[in-house]
Design a protein. Structure first.
Length: 285
């Protein structure tokens, strides 16, 4: 299956491009700086200007061994950016098997005084029965606060805002109503974190100001050049639960601004083409 996929990718991309997709692009980190204009957010005060969130997703760590240089590079760049929080968007572990390399990363970020919030992705649930509980416990000890079907207030420059997280759409038990019930009435979270961007279609209109998701890897293998790459890629054509209408970048759906990050690792074929690994530094200006 893998050989057939590789042959298909080779036929689509051509050999030099295949070599590039295998040996160059997966290690070529993009630090993106998407921007949200605070004055466009109803009911949010100007005091939020300057707020910064780093978003990591789809690390796809192997079962054992260290995280890749690309991932550590993303951690270094994040520390230099001095974000107010780091959000983990799931698929930290490729086969749902706990690897302490993730706790090392969390400790470094937490050690720099940056709070970390997270949700799990479908791959984090791929392990043996109960393995995801071990993942949650170990990362909690390393400083991660889980937002799995949880709402959580936070303070920034004297104002209070809300975060919310929803469990993975495919392998978790997403509970949108349960999260809504934890919010003060009429409160719209500033950020909602969930692995799979398709979840946006199930959210009530205007559920949150901004949503952060991963899962798609930006298409991962993306033969079309911008702007067509948002329509024509591996993930928009793929059938089944990997299909996504929201492969990368910004979308607005039912009043929710959705940003889909390309993630840092790879699943299946270890190739990236026109979908560089991305650490997202979301800025409120
Ligand atoms: Fe993933």
């Amino acid at each position: 299956m893998m050989g057939r996929n590789l042959a298909l990718a080779g036929a689509t991309l051509g050999l030099p491009a295949l070599a590039y997709a295998r040996f160059v692009e997966p290690f070529w980190l993009e630090v993106s700086h998407p921007v949200v204009h605070v004055e466009e957010l109803t009911g949010i005060s100007d005091h939020l200007k300057g707020f910064k969130v780093a978003f990591f997703s789809d690390l796809h760590l192997p079962d054992r061994g260290p995280a890749s240089d690309t991932i550590w590079h993303a951690v270094e760049r994040t520390l230099l950016e001095k974000p107010d929080m780091v959000m983990l968007g799931g698929d930290m572990f490729d086969h749902g098997r706990y690897n302490p390399a993730m706790a090392d990363i969390a400790r470094v970020i937490k050690g720099a005084g940056i709070p970390i919030f997270g949700v799990l992705g479908n791959h984090d649930y791929f392990g043996r029965r109960g393995e995801y509980l071990r993942i949650m416990r170990a990362l909690e000890e390393a400083g991660v606060k889980w937002l799995i079907n949880q709402a959580e207030p936070f303070d920034y420059k004297g104002g209070q805002y809300w975060l919310a997280g929803i469990d993975d759409w495919v392998k978790g038990e997403p509970d949108i109503q349960g999260v809504t019930g934890q919010l003060p009435s009429g409160e719209r979270p500033l950020l909602v974190l969930t692995h799979n961007p398709q979840t946006v279609k199930a959210l009530p209109p205007n559920f949150a100001h901004v949503m952060l998701s991963g899962h798609t890897h930006g298409g991962q293998i993306n033969p079309a050049l911008p702007p067509l790459h948002r329509k024509l890629n591996w993930i928009t054509f793929k059938e089944g639960h990997h299909h996504s209408e929201f492969p990368l970048g910004w979308y607005t759906y039912n009043g929710i601004r959705l940003y889909v990050g390309k993630g840092l690792g790879m699943s299946g074929m270890k190739l990236r083409f026109n979908a560089r690994p991305e650490v997202v530094i979301l800025q409120f200006v």
